[in-house]
Structure formats: C-alpha cells, structure tokens
Design a protein around this ligand. Structure first.
Ligand code: ATP
Length: 293
C-alpha cells in the first residue's frame, strides 16, 4: 500500500542576530539566538507510482521545481537511502514567504523527518545534519527545533530549554514586501556594528528568565538597519507593535517579518490591536519546545 505522512513544519524567529565577517566561502559568520514558534506549514508526503519528486503548494510564489528546498532535501535523503524517490510533497503554506521566518528551510527539514520515518533506514544524526546544512544554513536548527544559540553559518548549535511558560509571540509581515536573504547580507557591512560575543550569554539568560525589560536593551538584529533603510514599513511596524510598552520587538532574520515577545496572550493581543490589518498580515503565536508541540 502507498504510504502518506503529514508533518507540521514550524517557523523560526531570530530572537537576536549578530552578523560578523564574511568568510572566504562567501557565507557570513553569525551568532544568533534562534527560537521555533507555533506558526507552521503542513507538509504531506505521499508515495506515488511514478519515479520522481512532485511538489505542490497553495502559494503561487513558491517554486515547484528542484529549487524548492523540500525537493532538494527529499532528493538528497533518498540518495542516501539508495531508494529511487517517487513522492508527491504537498506544502500547505501558512508561513509568509521570503519574510525571515525560515519557511523554505522548515519545509525541507519536515520532509527529511517524514522520509526518515517512512523508510526507517539507518541514518545518523550527523549524516542528517550534513544533508540539512547542504540544503540551507537554517535547516539544521529547524530539524531539531526549540531554542538554540547558533554560530558558524548556523550549523554550530547549542540547544537550551525554551522559556517556561512560553512567550506569546506576535508576528507581523508588511504586505507587498519580500526580502532576499542574500541581498541583505551583501548589503551589510560589519565594520559599523562590531559587538561582543559575551553579550549573547546575557541575552540567553534574560530570554530564558523572560526578563522583557532587560531584553529590550540587550537584543539586536544587525540586518535591521539594512532592511529598514530599503523598506521603511518595517520600522513603522516595529513602532506600532512596541507602542503598548509590554513586549520586546525586533525584526527576524533578514526580515521583513517583525515579531514581538510578550509575557502572555492578553498583552500580545493588546499590542497586535495597534497594527493596521490592511497593511500587514498578523499572527498570534507562541514559542515552542519542539516541532509539533
Ligand atoms: P530565511 O529566514 O531562512 O533566510 P526566508 O523565510 O526569508 O528564509 P523563505 O520563505 O524560506 O525565506 O523563502 C526564500 C526563497 O526560497 C523564496 O524566494 C522561495 O522562492 C524559495 N523557496 C524554496 N523552497 C521554498 C519553500 N518550500 N517554501 C518557501 N520558499 C521556498
């Protein structure tokens, strides 16, 4: 009988992002506190008769060919399993595309988890992590989920317990703005903004202890200035979401998604009510410990 599997593929936010120098391989060194959130795509994998990988998606802006990260990860993993792929991968996309929320990466990770379950082949965690990194810098993190301090180009991950109770998270994405991650990194010049790595230990502590006021002074995202310069809407969103004074608000990754961390759902909903729903998409979410939870 042909098999079918359904997996939730969760978005990530960069709670903080420090971009360091550009390496000789073209990637930038980074340090980032990464957190998985409840916002998710639903990825369904069906076995089909014909050989090959067919991607389907409800959003027209998502590529359906080999450039889709879910296609890439399926191909690489099935090669590792030495089984010819014959799958339809349906992506029900809820995570805004090119927004800094890791949507493509998390679909790729979900496909890896799904195929590993479907075929039950021996594959070690380092082998999975290698494939994940070759698909994209954020894939190793979303494969595991939860909370991690990431360094290198994102592959050195130290996992930590996420805050308890979880933060309520408002995600707001300005309509009509998409940012290419490559463009943002190319336009960032670390000289202006060198910072100390030790700051991240303070960030981690304040985050895990849910110290919102401390986080407001400690957190930064080095790519904010690049994206906000080109898209002032992002700065406006940040201001509106910060207006209630009860949370801490930043851009995620290369943007344009903005998120606010709030102590509870009431304060999150209050802050979200200051946003203009005609100008942006608004999501009321929370931080999660692992995919599916
Ligand atoms: P990150 O935060 O990891 O840099 P992002 O959230 O900014 O990523 P994505 O939504 O992952 O961006 O999309 C980036 C590009 O990847 C898009 O231009 C899209 O064409 C391409 N892409 C490939 N596969 C997917 C996928 N499964 N879902 C969404 N976009 C995809």
């Amino acid at each position: 009988m042909k098999k079918t599997l359904i997996i939730q593929a969760h978005a990530k936010i960069n709670v903080g992002l420090w971009v360091k120098e550009r390496r000789s391989d073209g990637y930038h060194e980074i340090a980032s506190l990464m957190q998985m959130i409840s916002l998710s795509d639903t990825v369904t994998i069906h076995e089909m008769k014909e050989e090959g990988i067919r991607i389907e998606c409800n959003r027209p802006e998502v590529p359906l060919g080999p450039e889709n990260l879910a296609h890439k990860s399926a191909k690489l993993l099935m090669e590792r399993f030495q089984i010819a792929p014959s799958h339809v991968i349906h992506i029900e996309k809820n995570i805004p595309v090119s927004a800094g929320l890791g949507g493509g990466s998390t679909d790729a990770a979900a496909v890896m988890v799904g195929l590993a379950r479907m075929y039950d082949r021996p594959v070690t965690v380092p082998q999975l992590m290698d494939i994940a990194l070759s698909v994209g810098s954020d894939v190793p993190f979303v494969l595991h989920g939860g909370l991690a301090l990431a360094s290198g180009r994102g592959e050195n991950l130290v996992f930590h317990e996420p805050p308890k109770p979880p933060f309520s998270v408002v995600v707001a994405v300005p309509n009509g703005v998409q940012v290419s991650t490559k463009w943002a990194y190319e336009n960032y010049h670390p000289g202006d903004n060198a910072r100390k790595g030790e700051l991240f230990n303070q960030v981690l502590l304040a985050y895990r202890n849910r110290e919102v006021a401390n986080l407001r002074t400690l957190l930064f995202n080095d790519l904010e200035s690049v994206t906000m310069h080109r898209h002032p809407e992002v700065g406006e969103l940040k201001e509106r979401l910060s207006a209630s004074g009860e949370g801490v608000v930043l851009m995620s990754g290369s943007g344009p998604a903005v998120f606010g961390l709030f102590p509870d759902r009431r304060s999150a909903a209050k802050a979200a009510s200051n946003l203009d729903s005609e100008k942006c998409r608004i999501y009321l979410e929370h931080t999660i410990k692992e995919p599916g939870k």
